[in-house]
Design a protein around this ligand. Structure first.
Ligand code: ZN
Length: 260
């Protein structure tokens, strides 16, 4: 076994035996790993609260050279995820963890993705009610995660023929085709929704400017529309509905992301 240090985000913990845990970590230096933390729940363990869900910590992992679980020997807390007063912020954090789990392969380091996920969790951890910036923050993070894992939806050109899209009151968005479609390519496609001018403008802005979510004013109708589109897009990509994202859908959202 080789001992390696890394910064890591705790994306899942499952109790193992009386006092241990199997922990899923998204590590900056060596990607996603599953490791056994022996005695994690004993008083005075060598993990010192570093294994709380969604926290960022410095870890020392003994990597197995062939199959089986890695062994986590130390974890020092760097940032704890503060649940605070916002349930939506907590759900947002859980959604980030789910996407890191689902969009990455084991042992595939992606430092830029780690940095963006860490920054998103720090923002969510500091947000109290009113939480009106959370929808734009999450869409911004989702678009970044999708870009960094090679699944960015086409927003400015047709996903199929790559011609620049012209402006219409609503633009077809092909869930199976990887984004927006021109009128010609839309014909005969399945799983196509339409996106409003305002919704598409916000998506394009969030896709190219990492900090735009701080200032973008997201009317409830647009927030509901974008949430529905991102959740549906992720469902098709993952082959199953994301577990947390449906809980993020605003309750009073008007009919959006309608099928054409
Ligand atoms: Zn086209």
């Amino acid at each position: 076994m080789i001992a390696e240090k890394s910064r890591a985000i705790v994306i899942r913990t499952v109790p193992f035996g009386e006092t241990s845990s199997v922990v899923s970590l998204f590590c900056r230096e060596f990607g996603k790993v599953r490791a056994l933390a022996k005695g994690a729940w004993r008083p005075k363990s060598s993990f010192d609260g570093g294994l709380d869900l969604l926290s960022t910590c410095q870890v020392l992992v003994l990597r197995k050279t062939s199959g089986g679980l890695d062994l986590l020997t130390e974890a020092f807390l760097e940032n704890r995820f503060r649940v605070g007063g916002s349930y939506r912020a907590f759900l947002g954090g859980m959604h980030v963890a789910e996407l890191l789990e689902a969009l990455t392969a084991d042992a595939d380091p992606q430092p830029e993705l780690f940095d963006r996920a860490h920054a998103t969790l720090r923002e969510l951890s500091g947000l109290d009610e009113p939480a009106d910036r959370i929808p734009a923050l999450l869409v911004s993070a989702e678009l970044a995660f999708l870009r960094l894992t090679g699944h960015a939806p086409a927003l400015a050109v047709c996903a199929e023929c790559r011609v620049p899209l012209t402006s219409h009151s609503r633009t077809p968005f092909g869930m199976l085709d990887g984004g927006c479609l021109c009128g010609r390519c839309r014909a005969g496609k399945r799983a196509v929704v339409s996106i409003s001018v305002d919704g598409l403008a916000v998506l394009r802005l969030l896709a190219v400017q990492p900090d735009a979510w701080r200032d973008v004013a997201l009317p409830a109708a647009v927030a509901g529309e974008l949430r529905a589109i991102m959740t549906t897009y992720l469902s098709h990509l993952l082959g199953r509905p994301p577990r947390v994202a449906r809980l993020l859908q605003p309750r009073m959202a008007p009919r959006q992301a309608r099928t054409e």
